[in-house]
Design a protein around this ligand. Structure first.
Ligand SMILES: *Cc1c(COP(=O)(O)O)cnc(C)c1O
Length: 376
């Protein structure tokens, strides 16, 4: 069994994917072009946002947003403590300071109350200027934007949605990638919507920000190709990736998203009495980038992981360390009780195989093996 079986997906979509790949090869157009423009329109339409600008990867997408807003030295950016490293890396790379916010143990997403407290603390300290809330849609579940948006507004902060894992999630009728003033996503192969390499995109309703991001992704180009109005990046999505993504977006919207929701439901029914299963609050919908369960402690978790591995079932620890314990951020932080207890409340996590091509039998096998491991 594979953790995320991309070969099964290829087999299911083979005729269309092959046509897309060979079409690109024979067209001789590899950078930008028709496929990229069509994909951007389709993505914007899917997310319900005016503008989509693709780029080379999800990390660049986050960076482009911060660059558009000229976030830099002296700026505080509020980042959840429990996320993939890139969410905080892009902040530090701009010279700004990430301020880590504990996550909630039920959703693994930024705790809105803790966010409010940290904003107040930064204001009271007066050393940094609060600028951006960078909220992550972890494991596919949108952050608690019903509460985070008013907090950002009340404090005059920009909201950057890290939807690298969130594409396809929703709150009410509103889709992930539409909650931030700018949202960023990733098309890394293992994400909910993945390509055959690296890729990313930003989403926004602001035409000026979309134009600035497009310029920055092309070396800060001005009105013509060799006129530069800013120092930017070389961050483009390949035509081949766009062609593949057009095929995959169709499958994602037609049946893949529904399929992972069915699988998550099956897992939860089988496992809810044995482990802590994911909480999806009323009105929220996850795209199940990961199906993550939690155990009483890490030694139980590790025992289950080993037991699964011995039976040929892969599982992953997302993430083995929170941001505040990353060596690179060591000089940023003093001892922080809330971050420590926030981390303690989520650390015994394990992500189980999750992708739209798992069979019902496989899901049952994984769930039964977890329970078997606990009863060992
Ligand atoms: C994957 C990921 C990123 C970075 O995306 P890349 O395309 O790998 O650069 C950023 N944030 C989160 C939460 C991610 O999971």
């Amino acid at each position: 069994m594979e953790f995320r079986d991309l070969r099964r997906q290829y087999e299911a979509l083979k005729p269309e994917i092959d046509e897309a790949l060979l079409g690109c090869a024979s067209s001789g157009g590899f950078i930008q072009g028709r496929h990229v423009a069509e994909l951007e329109a389709q993505l914007a339409d899917y997310a319900g946002v005016e503008h989509c600008v693709t780029c080379a990867n999800g990390t660049d997408a986050l960076s482009l947003a911060l660059r558009v807003w000229q976030v830099g030295e002296g700026d505080a950016v509020f980042v959840p403590d429990f996320t993939f490293f890139a969410s905080a890396e892009v902040v530090a790379a701009q010279g700004a300071t990430p301020v880590f916010v504990p996550v909630r143990p039920d959703t693994y997403n930024m705790d809105p109350e803790a966010l409010e407290q940290r904003i107040e603390r930064v204001k009271a300290e007066g050393r940094l200027r609060p600028r951006v809330v960078l909220a992550v849609d972890l494991f596919g579940l949108p952050a608690d934007f019903n509460r985070i948006i008013p907090i950002a507004e009340a404090n005059n902060l920009l909201l950057l949605e890290d939807a690298a894992q969130g594409f396809g999630g929703a709150i009410g009728g509103r889709k992930a990638c539409s909650f931030g003033h700018i949202a960023a996503t990733s098309f890394f192969p293992a994400k909910p919507l993945g390509c055959y390499g690296d890729g990313g995109a930003i989403f926004t309703n602001r035409a000026d920000w979309a134009a600035a991001a497009r310029s920055l992704a092309q070396h800060g180009r001005g009105a013509s190709k060799y006129e530069h109005t800013a120092v930017g990046l070389n961050s483009r999505l390949d035509a081949i990736q766009a062609a593949v993504l057009k095929v995959k977006l169709k499958a994602f919207a037609n049946y893949e998203l529904e399929k992972v929701q069915h699988i998550a439901k099956q897992y939860t029914e089988a496992l809810a009495s044995a482990v802590v299963t994911p909480t999806v609050a009323e009105g929220f919908s996850s795209s199940w980038a990961q199906y993550t369960v939690r155990f009483a402690n890490c030694s139980k978790r590790d025992k289950v992981k080993q037991y699964l591995a011995a039976k040929g079932i892969p599982s992953m620890i997302y993430y083995p360390s929170p941001m505040h314990l990353q060596p690179v951020f060591a000089d940023l932080l003093r001892a922080d009780k809330e971050l420590e207890s926030g981390w303690a409340s989520v650390k015994a996590c394990l992500s189980l195989p999750m992708h739209p091509y798992l069979t019902d039998q496989e899901v049952t096998l994984v769930a039964n093996t977890v329970i078997e491991a606990l009863n060992e």
